[in-house]
Design a protein around this ligand. Sequence first.
Ligand SMILES: [Zn+2]
Length: 783
Amino acid sequence: MPSRRWIGPPIVALQLLALAPDLPAQLASTAVAGPEAAEPSARTYDGLFDEVIRMRPRADRAAEVTNLILQRDVARLTLRSGHLHLLSAVGGRTVGAVFSGTGVFSFVPSSRIERDRLRRLEKVDSLESPFTELLLVFADGTADELEAALEFGPDPDVNEMRGTIQPGLEFLADRDSRTFDPDFMSAWLNGEQSELFFAYVKRKGADPVAFSINPNEVEGVRLQGRIRRQGYGRRAEVISQFPPRGRAGQGRGERLRQAGIEHYALDVSLPPTGIGEVGFAATATMRIVADTAVGPWVAFELFEKLQVDSAAWGDGEKATIARGKDSPFLWVKLDRQIRPGDTRTLTVHYEGDLIDRYVDFFRIKSSAAWYPRSLDGRSLATFDLTFNTGFQYLLASVGDKVDSSRADRTVRSRWVTPSPIRNASFNLGLFEGYDVQEKDAPPVTVMISEEAHKKLAKVYDQQSRMRERVGADVAKSLKFFQEMYGPTPMRRFYATEIPDFHGEAFPGMVHLSWVTFQNTSDGGWDEVFRAHEVAHQWWGIGVDFASYHDQWLSEGFATFSGLWYLQHLRGDNEQYFDLLRRWKSSILLRGAEPGPIWLGYRVFATRDDDLDDYQTIVYQKGAWVVHMLRVLMLDLKTMKEDRFTGMMKDFYRKYEGRRASTEDFLRMVEKHAGTDMGWFFDQFVYGAEIPTYRVAHRIEKTPDGQWRVRLRVRQEHVPESFRMYVPVTLELGKKRKELARFRVKVEGPLTEIELPPVQAEPKKVTFDDLEGVLAEVKTTGWD
Ligand SMILES: [Zn+2]
């Protein structure tokens, strides 16, 4: 049950892959902490961590169990018969127990989407699983519940149950980095009772599962499967996840309770080292706030390779911090609990291995967690950033560059954000700056490593005028989106090159892969890629997404925007539709298997090379949804798009600077469509099925000399109620292409359609013209 950022998806990166170290296998000492430790381990982070990973069954606290029921939200653990042992104390408190015997784990997801999900992964829509062993970890009232229900006594033949405790704790702990689930850790360090509950269930005849309740998360009920190592570290497959009963719809975002940082003053040194690399050391002065009472121990995220040298409060007093080697968390002990309205100012000095050099490129290993951040990485803050670099480097960051000076061989520049933002980043390199600007659009500076490309030219093909080509797309797409979606507060825009295969977007700045500088592909993909990153200024940054369910409002919208820009740039539709069809092939190939767009990063969970599913569903199918709305809102008589463009502008204007949810977007679509659109979202955003249409047509001459087209559409692979309004185009006339366009309603297994008569003989009938529906279309004979 690690926090979202620990297990979660990249926020705006186009792709993110990193291999993480394996979990350690060896156990620490097997010493059992004293049952009634008179001196509760002073609640230091390290003290607690050692106690928790060394938890062992207590020989003096064993009980026989018959038909004990533990009900937690939609899950029920029925301990039919067996033995239960309390585990050794943590911070003087009983926080764990193990059971062996026979029992049943019941779990019934609360929503249709989650039941579908369970059916996909577990082949049933609710669980009723017999189990033989159980590990319980808790900060709730479980200890009292057990004490009240059972009679505890000594058991000299205590079973160590390592085969249950160790794999169970792997869901919560990483021994190497001395990291434990931050919510449990906070509850124990702060001596809090909370609803936190975790059960590792060793099922009979099936893989183990982990069930948990976390009151600090909006979707606090979670069922997880196996653990895989990936990304930031490792990720347990989320089988099912939803809000606790009676709490649906609470909060925007993913966490309910955490310390945030509302302002940063960062002074960053990026000194050239003797061997041509760049070091990293920083002083961060942060204003810590909270929306509910938290602490005194609070956790922040900080890139694992950065070491904290010292930390002090505003008055200079030394601050207590804890940080495991290579841990993604920085723990800070405040002088007291922080409450809403309180502010604490903490200064942290830290440094470390943040920047690698490749040829003449520098790679910043963590583009976002290079400063301490809130656990969900999503609180908004203002930044006052000062960078000190070698004079040979060019640097770009977020916000307005308010000052720059050179002394000796060091350049000092200062960047200030005019309003709060979610992620701050920077990039530096042996760059040449190239300025380009479209009329009435913000000026763009492209930062490219010309020298690196000279070296790369010896190995790879390379286009000429790299900076001009990339710069043109950045500047033109900025202008295009400004016209289509509305103005942004940005005054200058930076596009910098990175030695990676992805792009990333920050306020007023994008990082673009060196590959897109090297060449521009024929298929339009590079234009889409460059414009996708630019479009995040509107979608993802300007309008943030409410939770992981809504991330398609960022990635799907940015992908659609890139495609729309390509169509506008080329002045024809060929590549626009060609790319849509290519994405459709990927989507059809996966079918309903990954689940709906609304699952966000959780579409990951369905197979091992799962990055593709995230791209396919959230990016590409997300773009398809926007495209389908575009076609649905198109006036087929005039081919005008006013309704669609009006809607996109309105959506941007209404939610700029805020978080928007899928439901917010649905309401905006309905406002501009003037009708209920829930069915469309149910099918394509909350649902995963994609229709196949088997289409036959017949052309008849009417008695009065006109022509009539009949269509017979069989719909497959979707629920019976599935419906769409499908564009049908007839090509009329002999030589010149005269078009008659219609929109027909297709619903249910069989739809018979008679189009209004036309004056000339149709030469061609195109069903699902303009790629109006994400569907597989097959042409069949009439009978
Ligand atoms: Zn993106």
